[in-house]
Write a protein that binds this ligand. Structure first.
Ligand code: SF4
Ligand code: SF4
Ligand code: SF4
Length: 427
C-alpha cells in the first residue's frame, strides 16, 4: 500500500480536475459501454460522481470503486465529445493509480509488469519460447484472418479467435538500424510497439518497405520496451516510468526528425501520456523532445512526405475503422483514408460507424469479455454491411479484436493495417 501522504496528494490533484464536469450527461450518448449496459456507473459522468467522493468512498467501499472504474475501455470518446473539456482519461488513469496504491497489484499483474514488460530481453525470450510451443494449445480456425482458437478450455482465452504469436518476432527479422537521412531528406526513429513486434511483424516490414520506397533514413534500436500503457492502465505508475525510462535511454539522445509508430495506442501514449503521466521531473524533461516528434505512420506519409489520394482508383473495396486513440486522442482521421486512396488499386468505401470503438480496450476485453464481444459484434456487423473485401485500420489491438469478431461470425474479410495495404500497392 502506498504511503498515505502520497495518496492524499494524488486525491487532491484529482479533485482539481473533477470540478470541471457539469454533469450534463452528454457522454452518455457516445460511451460504447453505456450503450451496452445502460448503467450510469459505466459512463464518464457516473464515474466522475463516484470519484468526487473518492477520499470518502475509498474507505467505505474501495472494491466497489475499483470495479466500476475498471468497466471502461479508456477509449476517450467521452473526452472527445465533452463540452466542458474534462480530461476524462487523465482523471481515470490517475484514479486507477490511486486505487492500485491502495490495494496493491494482483500477483499476476505484478509478475507481468514488474518482471516481464520492464525487462524487454526477458519478454522477448519468453514470447519467442511461447511461439514455438503454442501449437500444442492452439489450432488454426480461419486462414484468411489468421486466427486460431484454444484446443482445450482455457480461462483467459475462453472462446476467442486470436492471432498466434509470430514464428519470428520483428526484431529478429529486421536488424537494428541507424541510417542517415535518405533522398527525402528525412530520418525517422521507428517504434514498432510490442504487438507489431510479437504478433504482426508483417506490419513492421510494411513500414520499412514504405520508408525505403520514400527514401527515409531509419533509426531503429533494438531493446525497445513497451510504451507502458498496460501498466499505467492498471495503475502501476512505477512500472510505467521504468518502461518510459528504458525507451528514453534509446531515443532521447538520438538525432531524428520524427518518431513514428504503426500502433495508434503507442502513438497516443508516446505523444500525450508520456508527458502528462510521468512523475519524475528528470525523465519528464528527457522525453519531452521525443514526445513532441511523435507521428502516426499515416500522418507522416501524408503530412510530411506529401502522399496524396489518386483520382479514379478502382479495385477491391477497402474500408477503414478509426482506432479510438488515433481519432479521439490525436484527431488523426483523414490521413489513413488518404493512404488507402493513394494505393491506386483500391476503391475506398466508408465504414458505417467507423468512429465507434471496436470494444478491445486492452485489459478491458480480458476482464469484461462479454461486453467487449457485444461492442465488437457491432463493428463486425458494420464491416459486413459495408460490403468491403478488406478491413484496414491503424492499430494492432483493433486488428486483433475485429479479427476475433469476424472470425467468430464466420466471415473471411482480411484485416490489415493501412500501411500493409499501401506497401502491397508498391509491388
Ligand atoms: S464528463 Fe463532460 S460530457 Fe460527461 S457529464 Fe461531465 S461535463 Fe458532461
Ligand atoms: S473512456 Fe470510453 S468507455 Fe470509458 S467512460 Fe469514456 S466513453 Fe465510456
Ligand atoms: S500500446 Fe499496446 S501494442 Fe503498443 S507498445 Fe503498448 S502494449 Fe504494446
Amino acid at each position: 500500500m502506498a504511503d498515505i501522504q502520497k495518496l492524499v496528494t494524488m486525491l487532491n490533484e484529482l479533485d482539481d480536475q473533477l470540478v470541471n464536469c457539469m454533469r450534463c450527461g452528454m457522454c452518455q450518448a457516445v460511451c460504447p459501454v453505456f450503450t451496452e449496459t445502460g448503467r450510469e456507473a459505466d459512463v464518464a459522468r457516473g464515474k466522475i460522481s463516484l470519484l468526487d467522493g473518492l477520499a470518502h468512498e475509498i474507505l467505505k467501499d474501495p472494491k466497489g470503486v475499483k470495479d466500476k472504474l475498471d468497466r471502461c475501455l479508456l477509449c476517450g470518446t467521452c473526452q472527445a465529445n465533452c463540452p466542458s473539456g474534462v480530461h476524462v482519461l487523465d482523471i481515470f488513469l490517475k484514479a486507477r493509480a490511486i486505487l492500485t496504491g491502495y490495494f496493491g497489484l494482483s500477483p499476476a499483474k505484478r509478475a507481468i509488469f514488474r518482471q516481464l514488460l520492464t525487462r524487454p530481453e526477458l519478454f522477448n525470450k519468453l514470447t519467442s519460447f511461447g511461439s514455438k510451443f503454442q501449437g500444442l494449445f492452439a489450432k488454426p480456425v480461419n486462414d484468411v484472418l489468421g486466427t486460431s482458437c484454444a484446443r482445450f478450455q482455457a480461462p483467459v482465452i475462453a472462446d476467442r479467435h486470436f492471432p498466434r504469436l509470430a514464428d519470428k518476432a520483428f526484431h529478429k527479422i529486421a536488424p537494428a538500424m541507424d541510417q542517415p537521412a535518405g533522398s527525402s531528406g528525412k530520418r525517422v526513429a521507428f517504434f514498432p510497439g510490442c504487438m507489431v513486434d510479437k504478433v504482426y511483424p508483417k506490419v513492421g516490414q510494411a513500414v520499412l518497405k514504405v520508408l525505403a520506397h520514400h527514401g527515409v533514413g531509419v533509426f531503429m534500436p533494438h531493446g525497445q520496451a513497451c510504451c507502458g500503457i498496460p501498466a499505467l492502465s492498471s495503475g502501476d505508475r512505477d512500472s510505467f516510468e521504468k518502461m518510459v525510462g528504458t525507451n528514453a535511454e534509446l531515443f532521447a539522445n538520438a538525432d531524428f526528425d520524427y518518431i513514428i509508430t504503426p500502433c495508434a495506442t503507442c502513438s497516443a501514449t508516446l505523444k500525450d501520456i508520456w508527458p502528462t503521466m510521468v512523475d519524475d521531473e528528470g525523465l519528464k524533461a528527457r522525453i519531452a523532445p521525443v514526445s513532441a516528434k511523435v507521428l502516426d505512420i499515416s500522418e507522416f506519409l501524408v503530412d510530411v512526405l506529401g502522399v496524396t489520394a489518386l483520382e479514379g482508383a478502382s479495385g477491391k473495396k477497402v474500408t477503414y475503422h478509426d482506432p479510438c486513440h488515433l481519432r479521439n486522442s490525436l484527431h488523426v482521421t483523414a490521413q489513413p483514408r488518404t493512404v488507402i486512396k493513394a494505393t491506386g488499386n483500391a476503391s475506398f468505401v466508408e465504414l458505417p460507424n467507423a468512429a465507434t470503438c471496436c470494444g478491445c480496450g486492452g485489459s478491458f476485453s480480458l476482464q469484461h469479455y462479454d461486453i467487449s464481444k457485444k461492442i465488437g459484434d457491432l463493428k463486425a456487423k458494420s464491416v459486413e454491411d459495408s460490403g468491403a473485401e478488406t478491413l484496414a485500420t491503424s492499430c494492432p489491438a483493433c486488428m486483433m479484436q475485429i479479427s476475433d469478431r469476424l472470425s467468430q461470425r464466420g466471415h473471411s474479410v482480411p484485416v490489415k493495417h493501412v500501411v500493409e495495404v499501401y506497401a502491397d500497392s508498391l509491388g
